[in-house]
Design a binder for this molecule. Structure first.
Ligand SMILES: Nc1ncnc2c1ncn2[C@@H]1O[C@H](COP(=O)(O)OP(=O)(O)OP(=O)(O)O)[C@@H](O)[C@H]1O
Length: 297
């Protein structure tokens, strides 16, 4: 009898026909390592969340997730509040794959599958926003709104660049809002165009943008970006890519364990790349809460 149990959660729409082949390859490796393997295929939103809950209930040891950031986010939400949280193995099949980039998980699925042979687990922080969880970042304002304007066609043609282009357009609209930010017994008010609250250092698929954010440091990294002239926007985007966003004059930065954000007008947040709830929001972080398999370095 197999000594350990694994579940493969596959989103067939992320990897199209290849997802099936990758699923079979993973199954073979897991069985070779003496795992009993269950397979679950998603059909719609929230299926991955429910399969993750089932995996926790069945005390599964390892969950292999084949999908994009949306599928991984659902799995994290299914596990975050559970006492038994299986180890996660991620096969990035989305277009942006922010999370895989942040953790140096190989982007080629064939290589990501091989991570299973190394069994190198890393505990990572999980962010909490109101009653939901995130593994990358929450943003409010310019970038969030840009992501809703990127069509599926733009995304498949341009990948992460599609968000970048829409983001630049949005920045130049100067859509300022008032944000009341409360953290560590301080309350401040700012006029901003964008707020980013991050657990990892990767934004829109670009690694090391938030260079101070370590995925296991137990902190939320918060950036409030004030209004920018068009010229400042260009310079800001350069700093963004260079990883020195927090040092910019127009940026207020905090490293904190809890924060609340109230905006006027109320804004819809973007959570791990998808439309989330509206402000006001309360955020906190669960330190080193989930184990993820990564490459041996
Ligand atoms: N069988 C399916 N057919 C179509 N859509 C599905 C299916 N199963 C799940 N989904 C949808 O796919 C979404 C997640 O897609 P995915 O994991 O590719 O994330 P993503 O955020 O779109 O990734 P990326 O932005 O990196 O491409 C789920 O939220 C769900 O709504």
């Amino acid at each position: 009898m197999a000594s350990q149990q694994a579940m493969i959660i596959v989103n067939p729409s992320s990897g199209r026909e290849k997802a099936q082949q990758f699923k079979d390859d993973i199954r073979e490796i897991l069985e070779h390592h003496d795992y009993e393997v269950l397979v679950r295929e998603t059909e719609k939103a929230n299926d991955a969340l429910q399969f993750a809950e089932e995996a926790s209930q069945l005390k599964i040891d390892l969950v292999s997730v084949l999908g994009g950031d949306g599928t991984v986010n659902e799995v994290i939400n299914g596990l975050a509040e559970k006492e038994h949280r299986p180890m996660l193995h991620i096969i990035p099949l989305g277009t942006v794959n922010n999370f895989a980039k942040a953790l140096d998980i190989p982007l080629k699925p064939e290589e990501a599958i091989q991570v299973l042979n190394e069994m190198n687990a890393r505990p990572i922080d999980v962010g909490k926003i109101n009653d939901h969880y995130f593994m990358n970042l929450v943003n409010i304002g310019a970038i969030a709104e840009a992501t809703y304007q990127v069509s599926a066609e733009q995304k498949s043609k341009l990948g992460p660049l599609a968000y970048f282009i829409e983001g630049v357009k949005k920045f130049s609209e100067h859509d300022i809002f008032t944000a009341e930010i409360e953290h560590d017994q301080e309350k401040e008010q700012y006029q901003v165009i964008l707020i980013i609250i991050a657990v990892t250092d990767t934004v829109a698929g670009i690694q090391h943008v938030l260079s101070e954010a370590e995925v296991d440091d137990g902190y939320l990294h918060v950036y409030a970006i004030k209004d920018l002239t068009n010229l400042e926007s260009v310079s800001m985007l350069t700093q963004f890519v260079n990883g020195s966003l927090k040092d910019q004059q127009q940026v207020a930065y905090w490293k904190t364990k809890e924060i609340s954000v109230h905006t006027t007008p109320s804004k819809i947040t973007n959570i791990d790349g998808d439309e989330g709830e509206s402000t006001p929001i309360n955020l906190s972080v669960l330190k080193q809460h989930i184990n993820i398999l990564t490459k041996n370095t």
